[in-house]
Design a protein around this ligand. Structure first.
Ligand code: AHR
Length: 495
């Protein structure tokens, strides 16, 4: 591998380390919020969960959905608690008690140091509900909705900058699914009205729900034809699974993510050219993760309860490797992917799990996410890699070595993130760090495990990183042994 200071991709936008909390399963009720829990604060939010989220240093959190938002009346979730209605949530067939809404969530996010990425309902609702919510959240006062916010106890505006124009509007599962023409028109008109309320906001136009959608990438081409000049981002969503237990193929799935990013970028640039626009559209990968372990269990959950255990994937070691590769992929596209949300944050396909009334713990995927968020801020450098390759079921020429490099000039630190996809053999890494003189290895963190299916539970953390990787710097080269099937974080600093 060659790493050179001048091979700059772009400054990493820290918002690629965002996450997502939806009113779904135990993400809110029993996750971040549980007023009867002994570790809850005076507002009913769990302090133990807060602490774990703060460790991850999550810059932005998408809310309140997800599929949920397409049937949500935001007005149900504000004002005196006793007056809030219980509603049927048709997206997940649960009962939404509305104990937590816009104000509680926004206050909680501020307390943990995260911004909110707010989604508006373009499924059952439209321009009017969206502009009213924005006025309620961001207008200083002297108007109906902003004064209502004040009466609800929030004198100062929330100042929410980032707004999603609906969620997965291409999906037949979405309440109020739209054709691309319908969505494009509605999103454009909603964006226009929202910008009249608050011109300082940034907007995310809905992209495809996955690369597997039959309308991908025509959806992007048609919808962006309407929204190109009013939106700042287009969204991408993607989940992977290892349903047929073919790990070599599963670990290559990040190549599909790469293809997704490249195709959406190309489609954006096509619309840009067609419109003779000077603006570059950025990508918000605002749902991504592994999701499949809980699919079967979810079919057995009774409908119409509050906070059932939905989408509770228990992640194993190999899932952490793919999550690592997905982070690496986004770092290598730091010039286009400017926001991203690991979906989700607590209990629902999440790095953090909780027991109702009990403990909270870290899933396996917590660690690559933590390391990238902690050490992956700076300038993303393009590593030139010459790696042995393999062929898998769905992919050819899969490099065993998957890597990204981030450089922080201010503190003279380089971090190499590397996954060894080889399931049987270690890789000997030789990395020429030319131009970086007098650098030494300060830490080589490794996440490895003999069992690809090892999981973490409240009782036992089988998958956790150690710092004994043994990488070293000699004569301008980093030498490291990357264990079979491993996630590596090699941290270098100028001596
Ligand atoms: O994150 C879970 C669900 O996945 C979201 O509600 C939806 O947007 C996607 O299909």
């Amino acid at each position: 591998m060659i790493v050179d200071k001048s091979f700059k991709i772009a400054e990493v936008d820290p918002r690629i380390y965002g996450s997502f909390v939806e009113h779904l399963g135990r993400a809110v009720y029993g996750g971040i919020y549980e007023s009867s829990h002994p570790a809850s604060d005076s507002n009913g939010f769990r302090k133990d969960v807060k602490q774990l989220i703060q460790e991850l240093n999550v810059p932005i959190i998408r809310y309140p959905g997800g599929n949920f938002v397409s049937g949500y009346n935001w007005e149900d979730g504000v004002g005196p608690l006793n007056d809030r209605p219980k509603r049927l949530d048709l997206a997940w067939r649960t009962v939404e008690p509305n104990e937590v809404g816009t104000n509680e969530f926004t206050r909680w996010a501020r307390e943990i140091g995260s911004d909110v990425m707010m989604a508006v309902n373009l499924g059952t609702r439209g321009v009017d509900a969206a502009r009213n919510l924005l006025e309620y959240c961001n207008h200083p006062g002297g108007s109906y909705w902003s004064d209502l916010r004040k009466r609800h106890g929030y004198e100062l505006p929330h100042g929410i900058k980032t707004w999603c124009l609906g969620n997965e509007m291409d999906g037949p599962w979405q309440i109020g699914q739209k054709t691309p023409q319908e969505y494009g028109r509605l999103a454009y008109e909603t964006a226009k009205a929202m910008r009249l309320v608050d011109p300082s906001i940034e907007l995310v136009s809905c992209g495809s729900s996955s690369t597997g959608m039959p309308s991908f990438p025509e959806w992007e081409a048609i919808t962006l034809d309407h929204t190109y000049e009013v939106a700042d981002f287009v969204s991408l969503h993607q989940y992977y699974g290892n349903r047929d237990n073919d790990t070599a193929n599963f670990l290559a799935r990040s190549m599909d993510m790469e293809h997704f990013i490249r195709t959406v970028s190309a489609t954006c640039d096509y619309v840009k050219a067609k419109k003779r626009s000077k603006k570059t559209m950025y990508l918000s990968f605002d749902e991504w993760n592994v999701w499949y372990h809980s699919n079967e269990a979810d079919t057995k959950i009774d409908p119409w309860t509050v906070g059932p255990p939905q989408l509770e994937d228990v992640y194993n070691f190999e899932d952490a490797l793919l999550v690592g590769s997905m982070l690496i992929t986004m770092l290598r596209h730091a010039d286009r992917v400017k926001m991203a949300c690991l979906a989700q944050l607590v209990n629902v396909i999440a790095p953090i799990m909780t027991e109702n009334g009990g403990r909270a713990w870290k899933q396996t995927i917590f660690y690559p996410y933590l390391h990238a968020s902690r050490y992956g801020r700076g300038v993303s450098l393009l590593p030139i890699v010459d790696s042995p390759k393999y062929d898998a079921q769905d992919y050819t020429d899969v490099p065993y070595l998957d890597s990204a490099v981030v450089y922080r000039e201010d503190v003279e630190e380089i971090t190499i993130f590397a996954v060894n996809r080889h399931l049987e053999e270690a890789l000997e890494l030789e990395c020429d760090i030319r131009g970086f003189e007098n650098y030494r290895v300060v830490e080589h963190i490794v996440l490895e495990n003999e069992e690809l299916k090892a999981v973490n539970t409240a009782d036992e953390e089988k998958v956790k990183p150690h710092s004994g990787g043994g990488a070293e710097c000699r004569d301008g080269f980093v030498h490291a042994r990357l264990s079979k099937a491993s996630w590596n974080v090699i941290r270098l600093k100028k001596a």
